[in-house]
Design a protein around this ligand. Structure first.
Ligand code: KIV
Ligand code: ZN
Length: 510
């Protein structure tokens, strides 16, 4: 790899999934991993296998499905973590074990209760053990930026000698200032004698809103791998955003003379997929992928744009794959046309999934006449579930108005059985959820309810995302889409209940 090529290490599925409120099941993780591969990321950190059976299975499934990118699993410097990561990764075409231990005084003293020499020994032993299992090993000194620079350099040198090919320097708590972080990396590049035998990576958190700036300064000072997440997801304020770093490199080639393997035209689709599946919406003014990122409001700006786009536009919407909405299909386009469009959009479905999606498409096409790419994405995300459909919404009738008590009658299919219930509530959604609760007795607490129109116009499909919490603290996202927002609300609730039941059954089986 040439010296100007920046390795994009994506941690959406690991650190990103640690975002408060994010929840992804295994099938959703695989779907994101395949899209990340299409986007062109070099490394996909798929999870932390030892932390739970679901994490293990997710890393294992990504390992078998991903063909080109390196698949990486996280492990503390403990033998059981490293063994678990190896087991989860062993079918990957290219596997990486990422092992880490904290190196800052505060973490070593209060969290680990260990002296620096013990931490150094654990780091070296972990890297050696991981290296005996896979060839590609990454080591991270957690909270590296707040570590003593002398001790950190000692750890970096020793872990390179032990066989780590990548050394990651995280700013775990997002404390650094760009010029300072650049100098921190330069010091490592200039003063660790064996540094040329490894790639130096950075992993910046966004607590002060500086994660992208810090990562870019690190690149200018010698780092050749950046750890990023789509839409900037991650612990607390998140990780450096993939799309912001990639587009900074792309747009400011004059200042950042580097390249990445990213196909920027896949950025928008990836962002939408991650937002839809994780249930974490992108803020409208988010750089690159926010709804307003290419919207121009002021008359002066619009006038300038019409005269020459570059007056107010430093990159084109097309460069991130954001094209004008196209009317792509109608009722008469046929299954063949539908399948072809799905393939163009990057969805690979099995025959039975295609049949189910096509049936939904015909219903939507009847109601909407014009079906946009965004509608298709909503249909697919609504239709393709990993959880078995224990419950399906069979029928609902809602009565609501300014002077009526909102009431709802719902019929749910449970296998061959059909159950019906009615309830009243504060509003039509509340009444519907109460009626469903009469039929499906799974205690949950409803967190966030969010509704968005998938496209513009009053006949647009509505997509509802719900955060549902189970007693033991487990959180899932229920989703539903329909041209009728009350139906979308009911479907999202039933989807969530299916996921919880699936999870409960697997949980109890273990
Ligand atoms: O923020 C951090 O330090 C991490 C490490 C595990 C790399 O996520
Ligand atoms: Zn992190």
């Amino acid at each position: 790899m040439n010296d100007k090529r920046i390795i994009i290490f994506d941690t959406t599925l690991r650190d990103g999934e640690q975002s408060p409120g994010a929840s992804l099941d295994i099938k959703e993780k695989v779907q994101i991993a395949l899209q990340l591969e299409r986007l062109g990321v070099d490394v996909i950190e798929a999870g932390f296998p030892v932390s739970s059976p679901v994490q293990f299975e997710a890393v294992e499934s990504c390992s078998t499905e991903v063909k080109n990118a390196v698949v990486c699993g996280l492990a503390r410097t403990l033998e059981k973590d490293i063994k678990s990561a190896y087991e989860a990764l062993k079918h990957a075409t290219r596997a990486r074990i990422h092992t880490f231990i904290a190196t800052s005084p505060i973490h070593m003293e209060y969290k680990l209760h260990k002296k620096p020499d013990e931490v150094l020994k654990m780091a070296v032993e972990a890297v050696k053990f991981a290296k005996s299992l896979v060839n590609d090993v990454e080591f991270s000194g957690e909270d590296a930026f707040r570590s003593d620079p002398g001790f950190l350099k000692e750890v970096v040198a020793a872990t390179i000698d032990a066989g780590a090919g990548t050394i990651n320097i995280p700013d775990t708590v997002g404390y650094a200032i760009p010029s300072e972080f650049g100098e921190f990396i330069r010091d490592i590049m200039e003063n660790v004698p064996n540094v040329s035998k490894a790639i130096i990576s950075v992993h910046c958190h966004n607590d002060l809103g500086l994660a992208v700036a810090n990562s870019l300064m690190a690149i200018r000072n010698g780092a050749r791998q950046v750890e990023v997440a789509v839409n900037g997801l991650g612990e607390r304020a998140g990780n450096a955003s993939l799309e912001e770093i990639v587009m900074s490199i792309d747009v400011r080639k004059d200042f950042l003379d580097f390249t990445t393997g990213i196909n920027t035209k896949e950025i928008y689709r990836t962002s939408q997929l991650v937002s839809n599946l994780s249930g974490i919406r992108v803020q409208p003014n988010k750089a690159i992928v926010g709804a307003n990122a290419f919207a121009h409001e002021s008359g002066i700006h619009v006038d300038g744009l019409l005269k020459k786009r570059s007056t107010y536009e430093i990159m084109t919407p097309e460069s991130i794959g954001l094209t004008d909405m196209k009317i792509i299909l109608g009722r008469h386009s046929g299954k063949h046309g539908f399948k072809k469009r799905l393939e163009d959009l990057g969805y690979m479905l099995s025959d039975s999934e295609l049949d189910a999606a096509f049936e939904r498409f015909l219903i939507v096409a009847d109601k909407k006449k014009e079906v946009f790419d965004e509608d298709i994405a909503a249909i697919i995300e609504d239709e393709i579930h990993s959880s078995p459909k224990y419950y399906t919404l069979d029928y609902f009738h809602i009565s609501s108005g300014s002077s009526t008590i909102p009431t709802s009658t719902v019929r749910i299919k449970l296998g061959n059985e059909v159950k019906q219930a009615s309830a009243w509530g504060d509003g039509p959604v509340d009444a519907t959820y109460k009626a469903i609760n009469e039929i499906v007795d799974i205690p949950i607490k409803l967190g966030e309810y969010s509704l968005r129109a998938v496209t513009e116009g009053t006949e647009a499909m509505g997509e509802v995302s719900l955060r549902m919490m189970v007693n033991d603290g487990f959180v899932i996202t229920g989703r539903g889409a329909s041209t009728d927002i009350l139906e979308a609300s009911a479907k999202a609730y039933v989807d969530g209940l299916n996921k919880i039941r699936h999870r409960n059954e697997n949980h109890n089986a273990k």
